[in-house]
Design a protein around this ligand. Structure first.
Ligand SMILES: Cc1cc2nc3c(=O)[nH]c(=O)nc-3n(C[C@H](O)[C@H](O)[C@H](O)COP(=O)(O)O)c2cc1C
Length: 201
C-alpha cells in the first residue's frame, strides 16, 4: 500500500519521451488498469484506441500539436506571447509530445442504459477519467510516464476523422501519450492546499 501512495505522490505529466518502445506486457498492464477503474452503473462504456504504427503516430502527433496550439492561442483568456509560442514551437521541433504509444479514450455510447442521455454521457466521461488516471498511475508504477491531452476536444472534428469515429456513437474523452521519460519529472507543486479546498459542513 505504501507503493500506491508513492505512485500518487510522485506521478507527474511528462511530455518528452525516449524513443524506446513499450513492451506488449507493459501496454497490456496499463490498459488492464484502465478497465479496473470504477464505471458508472457497471456499464463499462469505454473504448481505448491504441495508436502504435509510426505513420499513425506521426499523424496523431501533428494533430496534437495543432490542438495544443489552439489551446495556447484561442482557448486561454491570456494567450501565450509570441516569445512563449516561439519557445514552445522549438520544443515541439525537438520532439515534445512524440511518444512510442498513444491511447485515445472514448466513451462508447453505442449501447445506452439510461433514460437521461445527458447524465449518461457525463457518467461515461467521469468513468473514462477514472480509467485514465488508473492508466497513468499504472504506467508510472512500471517506470513509464504519460501525458493526458484534453486539447483534442478543441479541434475535435479532425480527431474524429483520424480515429474514424462517429460522435453520436463515441465521445472522445482524451488522448494519452505514454513512454519512458527523457528526464525524471519532479512532481508539480499544488497552488491550493487542503486548507483552501476542503471544508467541513
Ligand atoms: C482533463 C485534463 C486535460 C489535460 N489536457 C492537457 C493537454 O491537453 N495538454 C497537456 O500538455 N497537458 C494536459 N493536462 C495535464 C495538466 O496540464 C497537468 O495535469 C497539470 O498541469 C498538473 O501537472 P501534474 O499532472 O504533472 O501534476 C490535462 C490534465 C487534465 C486532468
Amino acid at each position: 500500500m505504501a507503493e500506491l501512495f508513492e505512485a500518487i505522490n510522485t506521478r507527474a505529466m511528462v511530455r518528452e519521451f525516449k524513443d524506446t518502445p513499450l513492451g506488449d506486457e507493459e501496454k497490456q498492464r496499463i490498459l488492464q488498469a484502465g478497465i479496473r477503474a470504477p464505471t458508472a452503473g457497471g456499464n463499462e462504456q469505454w473504448l481505448f484506441l491504441c495508436v502504435e504504427s509510426a505513420e499513425k503516430r506521426e499523424k496523431l502527433l501533428r494533430l496534437l500539436v495543432e490542438a495544443q496550439k489552439a489551446y495556447y492561442t484561442e482557448m486561454l483568456k491570456t494567450p501565450l506571447s509570441k516569445e512563449q509560442m516561439d519557445n514552445w514551437m522549438k520544443s515541439v521541433e525537438k520532439g515534445r509530445y512524440r511518444a512510442p504509444f498513444y491511447v485515445a479514450v472514448f466513451v462508447d455510447l453505442r449501447q445506452r442504459f439510461y433514460t437521461k442521455s445527458d447524465v449518461e454521457e457525463l457518467w461515461g466521461q467521469q468513468s473514462a477519467a477514472a480509467a485514465i488516471e488508473n492508466m497513468l498511475l499504472a504506467a508510472w508504477g512500471l517506470g513509464i510516464s504519460g501525458c493526458w491531452f484534453g486539447v483534442p476536444l478543441l479541434i475535435e472534428k479532425e480527431f474524429y476523422e483520424f480515429f474514424d469515429a462517429k460522435k453520436d456513437e463515441m465521445r472522445l474523452a482524451a488522448v494519452l501519450a505514454f513512454g519512458y521519460p527523457k528526464q525524471m519529472p519532479t512532481p508539480r507543486r499544488r497552488k491550493k492546499g487542503l486548507e483552501t479546498v476542503v471544508k467541513s459542513i
